[in-house]
Design a protein around this ligand. Structure first.
Ligand SMILES: [Zn+2]
Length: 142
């Protein structure tokens, strides 16, 4: 399999996973008619990820029209498998202001994409509400 095809598949799996994770939260916000910049950013990110996922599948189809049906099945299976592993996504709470960092959601309005683990945040990252460092966060059990 040519490398470019492999990277297209990897990209589709990645986008599929991210959009699958972002969609339920966005749907819940839409259903509850929550109106805030935060909610808007989450919904927008979810829509964008879904569009990117569809586009990546289209690219795959264009790159390998003969194999597309089986490649698509492969992508969907991998996304499903990856979703099962996601209970690993956690929430972290700021001890100072109770801000919750949810790894599934990230902070779209601050350009932190969904599924960014707390460990992946840069060391100099600060709480978006009260500006304290990462060492002021604890795992949120609730
Ligand atoms: Zn804080």
């Amino acid at each position: 399999m040519p490398t470019s095809l492999e990277s297209l598949i990897a990209r589709a799996i990645d986008l599929g996973l991210k959009s699958s994770l972002a969609t339920p939260k966005a749907a819940a916000l839409l259903a509850s008619k929550t109106q805030s910049p935060e909610a808007e950013a989450i919904i927008q990110t979810s829509n964008q990820l879904t569009a990117d996922y569809k586009a990546s599948l289209k690219e795959l189809e264009n790159a390998a029209p003969q194999q597309y049906a089986s490649l698509r099945t492969q992508v969907v299976d991998q996304v499903r498998k990856a979703m099962k592993k996601q209970p690993g996504m956690r929430k972290w709470r700021c001890k100072v202001c109770d801000f919750i960092y949810d790894e599934r959601i990230g902070i779209p309005r601050r350009h932190i994409p969904p599924t960014t683990s707390f460990q992946e945040l840069p060391e100099e990252w600060e709480c978006p509400e009260c500006d304290v460092g990462k060492d002021h966060f604890v795992l949120d059990q609730g």
